[in-house]
Write a protein that binds this ligand. Structure first.
Ligand SMILES: Cc1ncc(COP(=O)(O)O)c(C=O)c1O
Length: 391
């Protein structure tokens, strides 16, 4: 018999993992609007507004602030392929899975990563970055602001002062921070940054907002030879986003509609208010987890949008995550790389950083941990979390 393909009926999950997060219905609606061409005057207006709104969330005046077609890794690759050529040394902070990915891409660009390593769960220290800069010819320092694999936020200010001192550029991954965690590209002295749409922006995955200052634009222009990647060559992409509107590749129109709406929501809510919501939800979650006898991986520099929790001895990672999904409809993440099986990752990103989700996930964990034989006093986590919301 001929195979029948049913209409799509995906479950309505509560996405409290490392991303994607839930998408605002306003974003989905914007994405279903009629398509126009990528060289239509109407679309040019949309592009200009997206650029303005991205400058608002990145807190920057950078002229070149645009979405790259592709997910966060496409942004990572764009930044590195434009900055790094054969034989170039790059200082890379490696304190988690995404620092490792940056290091891997540097190698693929023909460069040499000078890895500044730190234990997973800790931030990179300014002293170790200074040592790497002093001992090498690196002109670029690459760091992850919000390390999604460990739940650590990287302090940037001191390191950005160092990059000025050594005449290097500071490249920062803001995939899990943009729109949810305090970040000021210009004030912090970040020269170039890439992000993703599927975390604190509550938009589906598919675009990577990037921003770069004129120091970086000049650095890229002055580089010898062509950028290895045609698709991610910022010299070419720039011409489509600037006055020339020179065709490079067909822009993902509907994704850009969606991003515009996601950014419009943050603009209406107020960026600083969003940061405060993330801080509060994160504080409540951690208080609740601690009251239940659970520990976070990070002991300082906790990332407001993502919390890594140590899985207690004798508790099954898989049993708990399966039951969360099947019984409570809640997705959380497991550990990546060396933390596989050792932690859970709970994301409270964008509109998901709210009281309802904190209570839901704590209540579900309360029940499932008791089922696993872990001694939790019923309701203790909830009470501790609710105290924070009532402050
Ligand atoms: C910090 C960080 N950087 C980069 C990426 C890669 O993004 P993507 O999976 O969208 O390609 C992720 C994805 O989770 C991330 O969390």
């Amino acid at each position: 018999m001929e195979k029948k393909y049913k209409e799509l009926t995906p479950p309505q999950r509560i996405l409290l993992g490392p991303g994607p997060s839930n998408v605002d219905p306003r974003v989905l609606k914007a994405m279903s609007m009629p398509l126009v061409g990528h060289l239509d005057p109407y679309f040019f207006e949309v592009m200009d507004e997206v650029t303005e709104l991205l400058r608002y969330v990145f807190k920057t005046k950078n002229r070149l602030t645009i979405p790259i077609s592709g997910t966060g890794s496409a942004g990572m690759e764009t930044c590195l392929v434009n900055l790094v050529g054969k034989g170039d040394e790059v200082v890379v902070g490696v304190n988690g899975f995404f620092g490792q990915r940056m290091s891997e891409i540097v190698k693929r660009c023909g460069g040499t990563p000078i890895e500044v390593k730190e234990a997973w769960g800790r931030a990179i220290s300014a002293e170790s970055v200074e040592k790497a800069l002093a001992d090498s010819n690196a002109r670029v320092v690459a760091l992850v602001h919000a390390e999604t694999s460990t739940g650590v936020v990287q302090p940037l200010k001191e390191i950005s002062n160092l990059t000025r001192k050594y005449d290097a550029l500071l490249l920062v991954d803001t995939v899990t921070s943009l729109g949810g965690v305090e970040l000021e590209i210009d004030n912090y002295g970040v020269d170039i940054s890439y992000s993703g749409t599927q975390k604190c922006l509550n938009c589906p995955p598919g675009l990577s907002p990037i921003t770069l200052n004129e120091r970086v634009v000049e650095f890229i222009r002055d580089r010898e030879g062509k950028i290895q990647s045609w698709y991610f060559d910022l010299n070419l992409i720039e011409k489509y986003w600037e006055a020339d509107r020179f065709y490079h590749h067909t822009a993902p129109i509907s994704m850009i509609y969606g991003l515009r709406e996601a950014l419009r929501i943050i603009y209406e809510d107020g960026l600083e208010k969003r940061w405060a919501q993330h801080l509060k939800a994160n504080k409540a979650l951690i208080k609740g987890l601690n009251a239940m006898g659970l520990e976070t991986l990070a002991t300082e520099n906790n990332l407001p949008s993502l919390t890594a929790v140590k899985i207690p001895e004798g508790v099954s990672d898989i049993n708990v995550r399966k039951a969360l999904l099947n019984v409570f409809n809640i997705e959380i993440g497991g550990g990546l790389g060396e933390l596989k099986g050792k932690i859970w990752r709970i994301g409270l990103m964008g509109m998901n950083a709210c009281e309802r989700n904190v209570i839901l996930v704590l209540e579900a964990l309360d029940r499932l941990l008791r089922k696993e034989g872990f001694p939790v006093k019923p309701g203790e986590g909830l009470v501790a979390a609710m105290d924070v919301f009532q402050e």
